[in-house]
Design a protein around this ligand. Sequence first.
Ligand code: BES
Ligand code: ZN
Length: 952
Amino acid sequence: MANSCRKLIFNIYIGFYCSAVIQICICSQFTSSSFDQSNKDRGAFPVAINGEIFPWHELRLPTMVIPLHYDLFVHPNLTSLDFVASEKIEVLVRDATQFIILHSKDLEIMNVTLQSEEDLRYRKPGKKLTVLSYPAHEQIALLVPEKLMADLRYSVAIDFQAKLAEGFEGFYKSTYRTLGGETRTIAVTDFEPTQARMAFPCFDEPLFKANFSIKIRRESRHIALSNMPKVKTIELEGGLLEDHFETTVKMSTYLVAYIVCDFNSVSGTASSGVKVSIHAAPDKWSQTHYALEASLKLLDFYENYFDIRYPLAKLDLVAIPDFESGAMENWGLVTYRETSLLFDPKTSSTSDRLWVTKVIAHELAHQWFGNLVTMEWWNDIWLNEGFATYMEHISVNVTYPELQLDDDFLYMCFEVIKRDSLNSSHPISNQAETSTQIQEMFDVVSYQKGACILNMLKDFLSEEKFKKGIIHYLKKFSYRNAKNDDLWSSFSNDCLESDSTSGGFCYSDSKTTSNTLTFLRENMEVKQMMATWTLQKGIPLVVVNREGNSLRLQQERFLNGVFKEDPEWGALQERYLWHIPVTYSTSSSNAIHRHVLKSKTDTLDLPEKTSWVKFNVDSNGYYIVHYEGHGWDQLITLLNQNHTFLRPKDRISLIHDAFQLVSAGRLTLDKALDLTRYLQHEASIPALLKGLEYLELFYHIMERRNISDVTENLKHYLLQYFKPVIDMQSWRDEGSVWDRRLRSALLKLDCYLNHAPCIQKATELFSQWMESSGKLNIPTDVLKIVYSVGAQTTAGWNYLLEQYKLSLSGAEKNKILYALSTSKHQEKLMKLIELGMEGKVIKTQDLAALLHAIARNPKGQQLAWNFVKENWIHLLKKFELGSFPIRMIISGTTSHFSSKDELQEVKLFFESLKAQGSHLEIFQIVLETISKNIKWLEKNLPTLRNWLLISI
Ligand code: BES
Ligand code: ZN
């Protein structure tokens, strides 16, 4: 599954089972080519719903009219579940036109009028406009009786209404249950990428930045929140209240947000004076304190790090009971899934704390990367998401060093390598036009690969230069939009540009000229280098061949599941070339040697005689390394003799690369397995866990395929090999973060393998918990394990389901749901699916994760897959085609398959979907993944079988 989804995002779902300051005129943002509004010769125009000709046929909006300011009034009714609203959009006409094209989706437009500046000045009434609607493009056309004149401003007033949306997009309803059993409703927005148009007619593209003045009408039992602080509340006749919010800074539509709810909050003040509040449903108020502490620390960090003040007076973080993704960075009003914000000391584990901290760090990073500086178009969403993901690690490493997040970055890069080494991967910057394609851009490639290549660039440039570059970028493009090249240019000295000194980036001494030249040269280098990482898909393999003191390097495209001897290999290699900033260390010194490999082959001379060479120091580079000749043997020997000669991250990357090379047919499985033998002496927990992860993975593959002899032997091997470290584990929440992560992983495996002492201890704790009516505190890091063991009896399973209904902790509910999904009884698993489809006890937001969890259960894999096939139409009623849950459901229920029959079945299903007009990138990823699995088994099963026979 992991192949298709961002790991972080994925964690939300699987949490329950593993786990710029120059204001530039807006005109400069639009290219003259996009001015060509002549509709002649552009083919046929579409037909609007009323049968008239719709005057625009492109998906992208024309740029002859641009928004400057929106006055938005919204009045949701949480009883009748609908809203009435009105807006006045101040627009600037850049080219004379007879129509205005806007986005609007599922809104009933009642009245539209237009006033010129003159009309406004003389208080003349607006002229009524004709509205045409073209739902296929989610656009409306406002036809004006007389041509709008270039360079003039107009005001468009629109009255509209709609039902609160049923899903998770636009202005939608969310419900929660109180302790007393009452169900309450709130109304909340979620717009990214293209759903602001579901809440108000607007120019819903990131480039159309504007200011927004928002007013929300509500009942007195509710509060209203929006991006900006409230200026005043007006009392209306009949008891209704109307909150008026300050006008926003200039921003994109997808960042607008408002909420009407009855939540409680905790607040604090950041060093800069910004008021930070965490809001949650009243009964969950006690779980908000960690988030407040974390967000205050992180806001301080970012303001200092970027040297740019957070521009709003307040920042609200809100836990929303029904939320499709993990969180959303609306400016000043960040929304979260409850499990991404709330922390319950009794039931939230170490992994849960890590997750909450990372999500807060991610969304706060967006307040700069994304909100202040926004990508021009969705093809470069990585400029938002890659940076926010990268900054998570930078900020948490400083604000929460005790969370020991450093090694996680490596793990994250490994995750995306799996996906990026398939031919079906795509470049980081990728064309995206339709809503579905835009949604599909939010994937591991944009998030993780984006972050990994930024880290590689930082390592290449030095931390200081990199930081200066990004600060320069943020200052230069504040309140504006940027593209890839703008970022790369920021790593040079832009003193030649008139506006550049604002970044504090110029040298004023006599060395200016030479510095400028050096920077320009470096900039070209950066631009050329980074183009190879962002405009071409995939990951390079660096093949190292040592002959005496000479190192021959060769780069090729790394392909998982395609062997060099396969006929297609050659064609798949054509035209791929990266500028790889390679690093290496040797036995003879601690120095980090550097070289940029820009050609297919290159030769380096080692300064001294060495017994070993390790490339990709600390695994900062986004490439895999293969050591030809005796290279791997020398490294295996080194690991066995004294693994501490190598840095911990280098040991992790050796384990990773070895197993990747097995999948590419470059290394035999027994060699990679032999490499893991040193793990018995490994003190670095992240390295140990990486090795364990592969062995566990093989176990799951064997178990699913019912290859019982290998399954049994592998179980035996795992229990015997990891016995000393398993025996050392206590059932208490103690030790460092990695100690605790190790405990969770080992005991989970131990109990999964049915090891008697583990089962016994977990059963004992579960019984005590049941006897205490769920009041006993079980150590949080083993909670999921205990619940999973308890769920194996009918009484335990039923009790857990009852507790699930009652629990107010999202962290606990995730753990329970995971435990329930591990039942061996099909009827219980089916009941869970039914509850998930019904969406009451098990919320729709958790359905994708549930299906995925059931599909991972050997007893549930077929059930989950059959269900998806038979209920596809129903699933599409709950989630949009390109949405994350749909992609997760598809990959989560199929990508573990490893037989030809299964491949055929999945292929047929995807073809039937395509025939119905549904086409997703994930289809190809899944098919390639299954083919790769088949090939892996064919090639490696005998080797694994034999290796186990000699190892146990
Ligand atoms: N901007 C995204 C939210 C989003 C996701 C919008 C998908 C549209 C489509 C937000 O910043 C984000 O990345 N959220 C992640 C969590 C994050 C910690 C990786 C998510 O929702 O999964
Ligand atoms: Zn994000």
